[in-house]
Design a protein around this ligand. Structure first.
Ligand code: ADP
Ligand code: ZN
Length: 712
C-alpha cells in the first residue's frame, strides 16, 4: 500500500514545508485544513499546504499527522493559490504565512461545545458521550484532557457534523455597546459619482479602479452603491479600512443600507470572532482592518480598499504583507473588481492609473456648497507656546459661532524630550536609540519604541541640577495650553494614551458629533475618514513634523497626512478655515497642501521618483538583521550581502550592510541590506532559494520586507 503524503506548513518561522504521512482514518486530506503534527519534541499546529508530494523529496522515515482540526478546508483552491503567491512574493516562511492567514479561525481549544443528545452520541462515540455525562457544555480544552490526544479533533468534528454537538456561544458577550446613529442616504448621485458607479458596474471580471477625489467628494457614497448592487445580486462585499477607529463611522453609514454587516478588527473578543466566523455565509458586507482580508467570504464579488494610501495596511511583523497589494492579488485570483479609494493616492497606485493599468475614476468636486478654504500659515519662529495667537483667536471665534475645531499634532505625550538646561543631557531609552517622551499627567518618561517607562527625575541625573526643561510639544501640552487660555472650550484629546478602547473612542466621537464638545486635539487617530459637518476650523499644530526624515517617502506621507487633516474642515454648510503653524514657512511641500493640487503634486513626485529610479519604478527589498549583539547582527548581514552579490542576477543591486536609521530598538541592534532592481524581473522571487540555504545564527533575527513602506 502506498502511504498518502502531505506537505504541511508548520506554524513556525522556518523557510520550508515539511512532509508527513497522512493516516487513512483521518479521511481525505485537502489543502487548507489545519492539523496537529509532531514537531521537535512536541506537537504543533500546521496547515496542509499541498497534498501532492514529489517522490524525490520523500525521505524514508516520516512521522504521521496526529490530528485534523478542521472538518473542511478553511480555504478553497483559489484562495490557497492566492496564499501561496503571497508567500512567495513576500519571501515568507510558509508556516508564518499560514499562521497569519488563518489567525481568524481562532484557537480551537477555546471553543465550547454542548451535547444535544448524549444517547445518540453514545451510539457513535461512547467515550465522547461519557465525557459529557456530568456537564452538558464543555470547552474543547477540557474535553481534550478526558480523551486520547491523537485524533481528538477529528472525533469532535465528526460528532459536530453528525449534529450531536452544537457550539455554545456566550451570547451576552456578543451584545455590543455601540449605539449607531444611522446616516441619511443622499437621494441622487452627482454626475461624476454616477459615471464612476456606471464604470464599476459595467466592467466585468478583474479590474482595479482608483477612485480619486478629495475628502468629502462622495467616494464612500460610490462604494456603498456599488456594494448595494452586488448584494442585490446575491453576492458579498469586502471593505478594508485602515484603522479600527474607522469602523464605527462605517457602521453608521452601512446600517441604513444593509441588513447583515460584520465587523472585523484586532479588538474583537474570542466570542465575537467566532460569531463572525459563523455568520460568514450570510454576511452582506464585511468591513474590517487589514486582517479581514484573510476571512474567506464565500461569495465575495467585490473588494473596496478605503484610504488605499494608508500605511497601516502594511503589516510590520511576521509576513510583512501589504493588505492593499494582497487584495489586488486576491481580486485577480477571484476575477472580481477592486476599488481603491483615496484623496491622496500612493505613488504606486498613481503610477498604475497613469499608465492605464488601473481605471482612474475622478470625483473633482466637494459635495459641500463652497470651495476648499485657503491655507493660512503662521510663522512659529520665536513663538514659545504650542499654539500661536492667531490660532487661539480662531478657536475662540469658532466656538462663539457654535461651530467646532480640530487640532492636529501627530505626537503623543507632553513633550518629545526632556533636556537639562545646565548640562544639555537628554534622557534616552536604555534599550533603544530614542529619546524618552515626557508624559506629564502620569509623571512618566516613556519610550515610544519599546514601551519602557520610568518616573520623571526631579533633577538632572547627569549633573544634579534642577534644570529640566521639556522640549517641543505633544498633544498633552496642547491640551494644557488650551485649558489655561480657553477654559470655556469643551475639549477632548484623541490619541492612543487617552483612548484605550473602542467604547471610549465611540464616546468621544459621539460627544463631538452631538455637539457636546467644541474641539478635539489629536494625533492621526483624528484624521482618518471622520466626517463632522460642523467642523470649520482645522489647526495643524506643527507642520514641520515628519519632514526631513531619512526616508524617501517622508514627503509623500507628510503630504497625505496634512491633506487628510485639512480635508476635515468645511464639510457641512459652513465654510472652513485652515491654520498651519510652521517654523519653515518657505518649505516647498507647504505649497502643495490642498485637494486642488493633488494631481500636480503626484505627477511631480512621480517624475522625481522616476529620475532617481526609486519605487514605484524600482522594486526594493529591505532585509533587517537584529540582535542584542551588534557584531553578530553585522556579521550575519555581511554574509547574506556576500551571497546576494555572488548569486543574485546582476540586475539586482545590493546596498549595505549599514545601520538602520533607528539603530537600536528594545535592546536589539539593527542593520539592513537594501536590494534594488529597476527592471523588477527577479526580485523578490529569487530571494527565497538563496535565503533558505543561508544559516543565520539563532541570536540574529532576519526579517525580509518586500516593498517596504517604512525605511526607518
Ligand atoms: P468621501 O468618502 O469622498 O470623503 P463621502 O461619500 O463621505 O465622501 O461624502 C461626504 C458627505 O457628502 C457625506 O455626508 C455624504 O452623505 C454626502 N454625500 C455624498 N454624496 C452625495 C450626494 N450625491 N448628494 C448629497 N450628499 C452626498
Ligand atoms: Zn525603548
Amino acid at each position: 500500500m502506498i502511504d498518502t503524503l502531505v506537505e504541511i506548513a508548520v506554524f513556525a518561522p522556518l523557510n520550508k514545508t515539511f512532509t508527513y504521512q497522512w493516516p487513512e482514518w483521518l479521511g481525505e486530506p485537502q489543502p487548507g485544513m489545519r492539523v496537529h503534527v509532531p514537531f521537535g519534541r512536541g506537537r504543533r499546529l500546521g496547515v496542509v499546504w499541498r497534498t501532492t508530494v514529489s517522490p524525490s523529496e520523500t525521505p524514508i522515515e516520516l512521522k504521521a499527522v496526529i490530528d485534523r482540526v478542521d472538518a473542511r478546508p478553511l480555504y478553497d483552491s483559489r484562495r490557497m493559490q492566492w496564499l501561496e503567491r503571497a508567500c512567495r512574493y513576500y519571501v515568507a516562511a510558509p508556516g508564518e504565512c499560514a499562521e497569519t492567514a488563518f489567525a481568524w479561525a481562532g484557537n480551537e481549544d477555546k471553543r465550547r461545545w454542548h451535547c444535544t443528545d448524549t444517547a445518540a452520541l453514545s451510539l457513535s462515540d461512547d467515550e465522547l458521550a461519557q465525557a459529557f455525562a456530568h456537564r452538558g457544555t464543555l470547552s474543547a480544552a477540557t474535553l481534550r484532557k478526558k480523551l486520547p490526544a491523537s485524533g481528538f479533533y477529528h472525533r469532535l468534528r465528526q460528532a459536530v457534523e453528525a449534529g450531536h454537538l452544537t457550539e455554545a456561544l456566550n451570547e451576552s458577550a456578543l451584545r455590543t455597546s455601540l449605539v449607531i446613529t444611522a446616516e441619511p442616504v443622499p437621494e441622487r448621485l452627482l454626475p461624476a459619482q454616477q459615471q464612476a458607479l456606471d464604470r464599476i458596474s459595467h466592467t466585468p471580471g478583474f479590474s482595479p479602479f482608483l477612485l480619486f477625489g478629495c475628502t468629502g467628494s462622495g467616494k464612500t457614497e460610490v462604494y456603498l452603491r456599488a456594494a448595494r448592487q452586488r448584494v442585490d445580486s446575491g453576492s458579498q462585499v469586502l471593505i478594508l479600512v485602515p484603522e479600527i477607529g474607522l469602523t464605527p463611522q462605517w457602521l453608521a453609514r452601512l446600517a441604513t443600507r444593509f441588513e447583515h454587516i460584520a465587523v472585523w478588527h484586532s479588538g474583537l473578543s474570542d466570542t465575537q470572532r467566532l460569531q463572525v466566523r459563523r455568520d460568514l455565509p450570510d454576511v452582506e458586507v464585511l468591513v474590517g482592518t487589514r486582517s479581514a482580508l484573510f476571512l474567506p467570504l464565500p461569495r465575495c464579488s467585490m473588494i473596496v480598499v478605503d484610504e488605499e494610501h494608508d500605511t497601516s495596511f502594511k503589516q510590520q511583523e511576521g509576513m510583512h504583507y501589504h493588505a492593499r497589494d494582497l487584495a489586488i492579488l486576491l481580486a485577480q485570483e477571484m476575477d472580481i473588481p477592486i476599488i481603491l479609494g483615496t484623496a491622496t493616492p500612493s505613488l504606486e497606485s498613481w503610477r498604475h492609473a497613469r499608465e492605464g493599468r488601473y481605471q482612474l475614476l475622478e470625483l473633482p468636486e466637494r459635495i459641500a456648497p463652497h470651495p476648499a478654504p485657503a491655507i493660512e500659515t503662521v510663522d512659529m519662529r520665536g513663538v514659545e507656546a504650542a499654539l500661536s495667537e492667531p490660532l487661539l483667536a480662531a478657536l475662540r471665534e469658532t466656538k462663539a459661532k457654535g461651530l467646532q475645531s480640530l487640532l492636529y499634532l501627530n505626537r503623543r505625550g507632553y513633550a518629545p524630550a526632556l533636556m537639562c538646561t545646565a548640562c544639555g543631557d537628554v534622557p534616552e531609552c536604555p534599550s533603544c536609540s530614542f529619546r524618552l517622551t515626557l508624559h506629564r499627567r502620569k509623571k512618566q518618561l516613556r519610550c515610544h519604541g519599546c514601551g519602557f517607562v520610568r518616573h520623571v527625575p526631579v533633577a538632572c541625573e547627569h549633573c544634579g541640577e534642577d534644570a529640566l526643561l521639556p522640549l517641543g510639544e505633544g498633544t498633552e501640552k496642547v491640551e494644557e495650553q488650551l485649558a489655561a487660555t480657553l477654559p470655556d472650550l469643551r475639549m477632548a484629546r484623541l490619541d492612543r494614551d487617552a483612548i484605550r478602547n473602542e467604547t471610549r473612542l465611540m464616546r468621544v466621537l459621539g460627544d463631538f458629533s452631538s455637539g457636546k464638545l467644541d474641539c478635539l486635539v489629536g494625533t492621526q487617530m483624528l484624521v482618518k475618514g471622520h466626517h463632522f459637518p460642523n467642523v470649520t476650523l482645522v489647526g495643524v499644530v506643527n507642520a514641520d513634523l515628519g519632514l526631513g526624515l531619512p526616508d524617501f517617502r517622508a514627503g509623500e506621507r507628510w503630504w497625505q497626512q496634512i491633506t487628510q487633516v485639512v480635508g476635515r474642515t468645511g464639510r457641512g454648510s459652513h465654510p472652513g478655515r485652515i491654520i498651519v503653524q510652521t517654523r519653515n514657512p518657505e518649505a516647498e511641500w507647504l505649497s502643495r497642501i490642498g485637494g486642488e493640487q493633488a494631481r500636480d503634486t503626484l505627477d511631480i513626485e512621480l517624475s522625481l521618483r522616476k529620475t532617481l529610479d526609486y519605487p514605484p519604478f524600482a522594486r526594493w527589498v529591505r532585509i533587517i538583521f537584529s540582535s542584542t549583539r551588534s557584531d553578530s547582527a553585522i556579521q550575519a548581514a555581511e554574509r547574506v550581502a556576500q551571497a546576494c552579490t555572488a548569486y543574485l542576477p546582476e540586475s539586482i543591486q545590493c546596498m549595505g550592510p549599514m545601520p538602520c536609521a533607528i539603530e537600536r530598538i528594545a535592546t536589539r541592534y539593527r542593520f539592513e541590506l537594501v536590494l534594488r532592481e529597476i527592471t523588477r524581473k527577479h526580485l523578490p522571487w529569487c530571494l527565497m532559494p538563496l535565503l533558505s540555504r543561508m544559516a543565520v545564527p539563532t541570536a540574529v533575527r532576519m526579517r525580509v520586507d518586500v516593498d517596504p513602506v517604512d525605511m526607518m
